[in-house]
Design a protein around this ligand. Structure first.
Ligand SMILES: [Zn+2]
Length: 422
């Protein structure tokens, strides 16, 4: 081949590569810096202590809104390392590791709460390389990973470029309540958000919008014998339910799930056989990653049920138990996907081997504390803790060894951001 052909090939390869050559802060050199290696070695040597702490955390009951005991334990661990934990009125708790420069601030957030009530037996059993127990994977694993990294950083003297915040949130399972509260007050000081949650595997860089709608139909009520033609909350509720299932969903050919979806989850009302119930409640769980579709469905559902109430001459009231905004469709999330932050964690995942063969590296939706960062326009994602299964059930389990990968990825992400600042 002559030089001209050679050059042409180089140019062609260059052209082909440039659109897909994405910015990324991580490479092997980052992982091999002495300060990073020290942290990894420390984590490795202390992994059995990490697992013991993981079990301890998991065995402290923490229903949403009742995370106090768990928070107290975490606080004590921070204090033992000479750190000063901060907290807010809701019970979120965090430490800030100060940066040596005026670099960007990275927030790691792991939720403390579980879906289980205070009476659930949360004893953990260890069997065949797994931990079994309600909440052991979601999200005690992440809390333990996070504590291990904080300890390793402190003990090895790792100094970040910018500030790093390690936050344990409350009430994630109740609709990201704690994170929302924290970000309302602190988001001006935060540049990047990494929620620690979910399976080890594809990261989630989008935000599924979720509305939990509570609709109440009320009227005076009446004895059956006097009920002829009287306003009837149950009839209104019935029309409401049937009518909203007539709303067209936006489902494209070859797609399995529509752009937005909803479900009637609860119907309550009435206490007696022989009278019109004065109050009937209907709840709807509405979800879409597309803000426009979320808005459309919300307004059509509201309109349909309001009309059903008007036609029946009963009162109608709507409130929201959860109202979490949507991040955007996969197209809208493209800049986030191509951004440094997401590309860096993708690169870290190939380095650590967190992704299984054929798995896509990142998904444009999500329903974790990272959502709050996404809808605020901050580079955000949630990254996995370990492999496991059956979260939100009593049979929940987590693979022990893979928690090491989930833990290492935390320090690699921080080190990559630091490397980008040098
Ligand atoms: Zn979770």
């Amino acid at each position: 081949m002559n030089r001209l052909v050679n050059m042409l090939i180089i140019i062609v390869i260059g052209l082909q590569m440039s659109p897909s050559a994405k910015a990324n802060w991580f490479d092997q050199k980052v992982a091999e810096q002495p300060a990073v290696k020290k942290v990894i070695e420390y984590l490795d040597e202390h992994f059995q202590q990490q697992v013991a702490q993981w079990i301890t955390i998991s065995e402290i009951p923490a229903p949403p809104g009742q995370e106090k005991m768990r928070a107290k334990y975490i606080s004590a661990q921070f204090r033992q390392l000479g750190l000063i934990p901060q907290n807010d009125e809701l019970g979120n708790i965090w430490v800030v590791l100060k940066g040596i420069k005026q670099g960007p601030t990275l927030l790691f957030a792991a939720h403390m709460d579980t879906v289980f009530d205070a009476d659930t037996d949360v004893k953990v059993t260890r069997k065949n390389g797994r931990l079994y127990g309600p909440g052991v994977w979601d999200n005690s694993a992440s809390v333990a990973n996070m504590l291990a990294v904080v300890e390793a950083m402190v003990k090895t003297g790792y100094q970040p470029q910018g500030d790093v915040i390690f936050l344990a949130t409350v009430q994630e399972e109740a609709g990201l309540v704690g994170m929302k509260y924290f970000m309302k007050k602190q988001s001006n000081n935060i540049d990047y958000v990494a929620a620690l949650d979910g399976n080890l595997g594809p990261i989630l860089y989008g935000a599924l919008g979720i509305y939990w709608m509570d609709m109440t139909f009320t009227a005076a009520g009446a004895h059956t014998v006097n009920s002829y033609n009287q306003p009837h909350p149950a009839k209104a509720a019935a029309h409401c339910i049937l009518d909203i299932y007539d709303i067209d969903l936006d489902i494209k050919e070859h797609q399995e799930t529509p752009l937005g979806i909803f479900n009637v989850g609860q119907v309550h009302g009435g206490k007696i056989y022989n009278g019109i119930p004065p109050e009937v409640n209907v709840t709807v769980d509405l979800r879409s990653a597309d803000p426009k579709e979320l808005k459309r469905l919300n307004s059509e559902i509201t309109q349909a049920c309001k009309s059903a109430a008007d036609n029946e001459s009963v009162s109608f009231e709507l409130s929201y138990k959860v109202k979490n905004a949507a991040g955007g469709t996969i197209n809208k999330m493209k800049p986030a996907f191509n951004g440094d932050f997401v590309q860096t964690i993708i690169s870290i995942q190939s380095y650590t081997g967190a992704l299984k063969q054929g798995q896509i590296p990142a998904i444009a939706t999500g329903s974790t504390d990272a959502n709050i960062g996404v809808v605020r326009g901050l580079p955000s994602f949630s990254m996995g803790r370990s492999y496991g299964k059956d979260q939100h059930t009593l049979g929940e389990w987590a693979d022990i060894a893979s928690a090491k990968v989930g833990t290492n990825q935390i320090i690699y992400l921080l080190a990559a951001l630091d490397a980008s600042q040098q």
